[in-house]
Design a protein around this ligand. Structure first.
Ligand code: ADP
Ligand code: MG
Length: 188
């Protein structure tokens, strides 16, 4: 593991959404977040949480069939899904470059389908499903490149705590005072 990287294990969809929400709350500036992991690992769940942390109040749905959605929050959230992407040219038509990073936070599911289109400075998040004696879980690996992304991961790690029984301590996350919206329960 390199400096600045982090691992977090979750045991339930709510925990992954919570981690997303804490990450969303830790993001202060535009950036690109590339999500990697097989179908059903929790990429969209993580983005839903992050949306709440970024103050998005609209429900977030998977953009698999439309490639891309924009949500209004404390910073704009751009949600891409490259699962069905056939040609990188499809993205040119969308003006994809403008969003890398653009004025908001771009989450890219199946980012590995088009690695050449991503900026070098980004946060890669790899999600893996695992099974053990306690059942099913997800391993989330955060690998930041560049100062802003490293700061966001640092803040995330500082904000997450565990109970003595090893369970994630999910402290209720309200909207920042003075900020509009941003509640986890509306998006998850
Ligand atoms: N720890 C966990 N974190 C996230 N999702 C989980 C977890 N455990 C089970 N799940 C389930 O896995 C699925 C993840 O779905 P989704 O976020 O749409 O995946 P992806 O976008 O990676 O294809 C959901 O059905 C969710 O309930
Ligand atoms: Mg998805």
């Amino acid at each position: 593991m390199r400096q600045g990287e982090a691992f977090i294990t979750t045991r339930h969809e709510n925990e992954t959404a919570y981690i997303g929400a804490v990450l969303g709350g830790a993001i202060a500036r535009p950036m690109v977040i590339a999500l990697h992991g097989e179908l059903g690992t929790g990429k969209t769940v993580l983005v839903r949480g992050a949306a709440a942390g970024l103050g998005v109040t609209e429900p977030v749905s998977s953009p698999t069939f439309v490639l891309f959605k924009i949500y209004r929050g404390r910073l704009p959230l751009y949600h891409f899904d490259f699962y069905r992407l056939r040609e990188p040219e499809e993205l040119e038509a969308l003006g994809f470059d403008e969003f890398m990073p653009g004025e908001g936070v771009a989450f890219v599911e199946w980012a590995g389908h088009c690695p050449e289109l991503l900026p070098r400075e980004r946060l890669d998040i790899f999600i893996e499903r695992f099974f053990d004696h306690a059942g099913e879980g997800r391993q989330l690996w955060f690998a930041p490149q560049g100062r802003e992304c490293a700061l966001a991961v640092e803040k995330l790690i500082e904000s997450v705590t565990w109970r003595v029984n090893g369970k994630l301590n999910m402290i209720p996350l309200g909207p920042d005072p003075g900020e509009a919206g941003g509640r986890l329960d509306r998006n998850c």
